[in-house]
Design a protein. Structure first.
Length: 450
C-alpha cells in the first residue's frame, strides 16, 4: 500500500511540474495560455493527463522554484495524513486534481510581487537611458520581420557606430529593462530595441522607458490577434511605437504592407516608406529583401553614406536559425528557420524551399498559435502551399492539422513525438532532399539532423 501511495504522490508532483512548464512557456500570462489552450476540451485533457507519459519540467529560475514550493504545500498537507492513515481513493483525487489548481493559485499569488519588481526594474532602466548622452534609440515592432530587421540594421550601423541591440527574442518590457541595466554601455551611440506586445499598452510602456527617436513598423498580420481581441486592436497596439516618437523623430513604414500604409497616413511627422532591396543582396532569401530595405532607410537617417551602406550590405550575414542552410544527415540540405514563426514568414519560407534545386522537398513545422478567428484560414493556405511546393510535410502539433491536411492531402502527416519525427526523416532524406525546419521545433530534432 505504501508503494501505491508513493506512486500517487509522484504523479501529483509530475502534474505540478507539467502545469508549471505550460504556464512558464506562456510567460506566466493567462491571456497567452487562454489564447492557445483556452478551449474546455484542451484544459480538461491537460488536467486529466498531467502531460501524458512524458515528464515535463520548467526552467528552474528563482520564480519557478518559489512557485513550485508554494504550489506543493497543499499536496504535502494532504500527503501527511495519507502516509500514516488509512488509504482511500479520495487521496488520489486530491493529490492529482489539486496539483494544477495549486500552480494556478501560486502564480496569482506571485503576480503582485512580480509587478512590483517589474516596475522597479523599469524605473532603473529608464533612469539609465535618460543619463545616456548622445544615444539614439531605434524601436522596431510589427507582426513579423522584427528580428531580421534588427539584425540587418545592427550589422549596417556597426560599420560606423558603437551599436547595442536587444538579443535574440528579448522584446518585452522586463527583458529589455534587464538588458539595459546589465549590458548597455555609456559610450554606446545607437540602441536598437525590438518591441513585442501581447496586449494594448505594452509597447507604450517600453517606449516610455527607452524613448525611441526612430520607429520602424515592419508589417502587420494576424499573428497574436487572439490576444488583442480584434485585428483593429492589434493595429492600434503596433502603432503605439509611432505615436510615442518625438516631434523631430522618424517613422519608417513597410510600404508593401497595406496595414502599415494605412497607419502611415495617421502620422503627420517625418516618415519614410520602404520597399524591397533584394537586388542589393540577391543571394539572401527573397523575403529578407523587404527587411533589408527598412534597415537601409534607418541607416541613412542616422548619417551613413550610400557608399558605407553599400559596403556594409555586402558583409551582412543571416543569424543562427534564420533561414540558415547546412549539410545534414545523409547529405540532405537543411534550412533551419526555427527562430520564430508567423504566417507571412511561413509562406515565404515554403516559397523559398520550392526554389531549391533538390528533387525532394520536405517541411517540418508545428501549427501556428494565437491567430484567433483567422487560424483555420491561415492553416488552409499553408496546406495549399505545402501541397503545391513540397513532397511531404511533417506537422508536429495537432491544433490545426485538420485544416492543413484538408488542403495538403496525404502529403501532410501528423507526428508529435520528436524521436518518431527523426525516424520518419531518416527514411526520406538523401543528397537529393531539401528539408525546411520551420518554427519552434524541439532542439533534439534539429540536432539529430546535423
Amino acid at each position: 500500500m505504501m508503494i501505491l501511495k508513493i506512486i500517487l504522490l509522484l504523479l501529483a508532483v509530475k502534474s505540478t511540474l507539467f502545469w508549471m512548464y505550460v504556464v512558464q512557456l506562456k510567460e506566466y500570462r493567462f491571456d497567452r495560455f487562454r489564447a492557445e489552450y483556452g478551449s474546455v476540451r484542451t484544459i480538461v485533457k491537460f488536467w486529466i493527463s498531467g502531460g501524458g507519459r512524458k515528464l515535463y519540467a520548467p526552467v528552474w529560475t528563482v520564480k519557478a522554484i518559489l512557485i513550485f514550493l508554494v504550489s506543493s504545500i497543499p499536496v504535502i498537507m494532504l500527503a501527511a495524513p495519507a502516509a500514516y492513515g488509512s488509504f482511500s481513493l479520495s487521496y488520489y483525487f486530491f493529490f492529482y486534481i489539486l496539483a494544477p489548481l495549486s500552480v494556478i493559485v501560486a502564480v496569482f499569488l506571485f503576480g503582485a510581487p512580480t509587478h512590483f519588481v517589474r516596475r522597479h526594474v523599469h524605473r532603473l532602466a529608464e533612469e539609465k537611458i535618460s543619463r545616456a548622452r548622445g544615444l539614439t534609440v531605434i524601436g522596431i515592432t510589427g507582426s513579423y520581420g522584427k528580428s531580421s530587421t534588427k539584425e540587418f540594421l545592427s550589422q549596417l550601423l556597426s560599420k560606423k557606430f558603437k551599436v547595442a541591440k536587444t538579443p535574440g527574442n528579448v522584446n518585452t518590457e522586463i527583458g529589455i529593462a534587464q538588458f539595459v541595466l546589465k549590458t548597455l554601455k555609456p559610450d554606446d551611440e545607437i540602441f536598437i530595441v525590438e518591441m513585442g506586445a501581447y496586449k494594448p499598452g505594452e509597447i507604450q510602456k517600453i517606449c516610455e522607458m527607452v524613448k525611441p527617436k526612430i520607429g520602424i513598423l515592419t508589417g502587420i498580420s494576424e499573428q497574436h490577434v487572439a490576444l488583442f481581441g480584434s485585428f483593429r486592436a492589434l493595429q492600434k497596439a503596433k502603432y503605439e511605437l509611432i505615436d510615442c516618437l518625438p516631434a523631430d523623430g522618424l517613422a519608417v513604414f513597410n510600404g508593401e504592407n497595406e496595414y502599415c500604409v494605412e497607419l502611415s497616413k495617421k502620422w503627420k511627422g517625418n516618415k519614410i516608406m520602404y520597399r524591397h532591396a533584394h537586388d542589393l543582396r540577391p543571394d539572401l532569401p527573397a523575403h529578407y529583401g523587404l527587411n533589408l530595405g527598412g534597415a537601409i532607410e534607418a541607416a541613412k537617417y542616422v548619417g551613413m553614406t550610400d557608399r558605407e551602406i553599400e559596403e556594409a550590405i555586402g558583409k551582412i550575414r543571416l543569424v543562427e536559425r534564420m533561414m540558415q542552410g547546412f549539410a545534414g544527415r545523409h547529405g540532405a540540405w537543411m534550412i533551419n528557420d526555427t527562430y520564430s514563426a508567423n504566417p507571412d514568414g511561413v509562406f515565404a519560407a515554403i516559397t523559398y524551399l520550392s526554389l531549391q534545386p533538390h528533387q525532394n522537398k520536405i517541411v517540418v513545422m508545428p501549427c501556428l498559435i494565437e491567430l484567433g478567428d483567422a487560424s483555420v484560414g491561415i492553416h488552409t493556405k499553408i496546406g495549399e502551399l505545402l501541397h503545391k511546393n513540397c513532397d511531404c510535410a511533417i506537422i508536429t502539433t495537432p491544433a490545426y492539422f485538420k485544416a492543413i491536411h484538408d488542403a495538403a492531402g496525404d502529403k501532410a502527416v501528423l507526428e508529435t513525438n520528436p524521436e518518431k519525427v527523426v525516424e520518419l526523416l531518416e527514411q526520406k532524406i538523401n543528397p537529393e532532399t531539401a528539408v525546411l525546419l520551420e518554427g519552434r521545433l524541439p532542439e533534439r530534432i534539429i540536432q539529430s539532423l546535423r
